[in-house]
Design a protein around this ligand. Structure first.
Ligand SMILES: [Zn+2]
Length: 209
């Protein structure tokens, strides 16, 4: 069994999810969008033993806190190799989209591939590559819950007009990979409210694309 805590953080209100295996208390942080002290402290003071940071993609609004968290917790931080280009673009994007000082993110030290599995306690985390919003977009399936980053939102999909975005790719990622998951799979996106695969198969804008 897992416990999920949501933290909405950073310049573009990204969802960060602290997912804890209830038995072992081992936890993973999915996305790390801010180095705000209260965010860090809350995780530090929780019962969770943070084991990894997993990034859904390399856009600045999902990775801004990586270096601070890495310093504090010393945990491995994973991203798809295909999104290193996005990490390198992040300082520039940060300035352009959020008007903030360009900051380089250096704490990402591991790559994760499609189909790879990690564990928190006995709970398996499965990586599902979903290119489209970015080339290296990853979703993570944990105990029947999907963490969908900026690939799938409630009612909509991630934008494809940024560098390396591709509408055809996101359409196949969603229809051929995510929509084959059981309909009762709960979906926790990178922004906004949670949803389910069944709901999105009926109402998502991608259905008619
Ligand atoms: Zn994004």
């Amino acid at each position: 069994m897992i416990d999920i805590k949501t933290f909405v953080e950073g310049p573009i209100d990204a969802n960060n999810y602290l997912v804890t295996d209830v038995d072992s208390k081992e936890a993973v942080l999915i996305d790390c969008s801010s180095s705000r002290l209260e965010f860090l402290t809350e995780i530090k003071n929780s019962q969770a033993k943070l084991k990894y940071i997993l990034l859904t993609h390399g856009h600045f609004d999902h990775i801004l806190g990586v270096d601070s968290f890495k310093n504090e917790f010393g945990v491995d931080t994973y991203i798809s190799k295909d999104d290193l280009s996005q990490v390198n673009l992040a300082p520039q994007m940060l300035q352009m989209f959020a008007g903030l000082m360009p900051v380089e993110i250096k704490g990402i030290n591991k790559f994760i591939e499609d189909g790879a599995e990690l564990k928190i306690g006995e709970t398996i985390i499965k990586a599902i590559a979903t290119p489209g919003h970015t080339k290296g977009g990853m979703c993570y399936l944990i105990d029947g819950k999907l963490f969908s980053g900026d690939t799938l939102f409630q009612g909509s999909i991630g934008r494809c007009d940024l560098p390396e975005g591709n509408l055809n790719s996101i359409a196949s990622s969603i229809k051929e990979k995510l929509f084959t998951l059981p309909e009762n799979t709960e979906v926790f996106p990178g922004h906004g409210d949670k949803t389910s695969i069944g709901y999105e198969k009926k109402f998502n804008e991608i259905v008619n694309y």
